[in-house]
Design a protein around this ligand. Structure first.
Ligand SMILES: [Zn+2]
Length: 159
């Protein structure tokens, strides 16, 4: 349910584990036990829309945030209000796998076979390029970056 919020947390540079929708739908008490165990073991803040899970987390003295809204802007705002997350576009975490991303310094000519990378980035070294150390996804500042800045403005305008 909160996959999108999870991806935004990664955009803001936060180490975020996302439990996928499919598992969420068929979740059993056992799965909740596992979620609580992961949160405790990895010292994570459990973010959920499930009141029962939230109550159990609090009872177990875990840090947890209950999200009320199902609108993404409001969800980000709720987290900002609850735990003071910073809405900075960090280029630090891969939105797909949570791996750390770093500036790509190797030869860009070798990337010509990767279709989704704009051709201009292969020759223009002034444009920065990042790569995920875990899954190899590439990142650069493009149109999606403008969309992200607009999202931050939108959230910051909420009160
Ligand atoms: Zn990745």
């Amino acid at each position: 349910m909160l996959c999108r919020l999870g991806r935004w947390l990664r955009i803001f540079g936060y180490d975020t584990r996302i439990i996928n929708d499919e598992l969420d739908d068929k979740r059993s008490k056992k799965d909740d036990d596992l979620l609580l165990e992961i949160a405790k073991k990895e010292d994570r803040i459990l973010v959920t829309r499930d009141t029962a899970l939230y109550d159990r987390a609090i009872k177990n003295k875990l840090k947890s945030v209950y999200i009320e809204s199902n609108i993404i802007e409001e969800q980000i705002f709720e987290l900002k209000r609850a735990i003071g997350i910073e809405l900075t576009l960090k280029m630090a975490r891969c939105t797909l796998c949570n791996g750390e991303i770093n500036i790509y310094t190797s030869d860009r000519e070798e990337l010509s076979s990767i279709d989704y990378i704009p051709r201009r980035l292969l020759s223009d070294k002034k444009e920065r390029l990042w790569i995920c150390g875990r899954c190899g996804q590439f990142y650069w500042i493009g149109n999606h970056y403008k969309m992200m800045r607009q999202m931050v403005e939108k959230v910051n305008s909420l009160t």
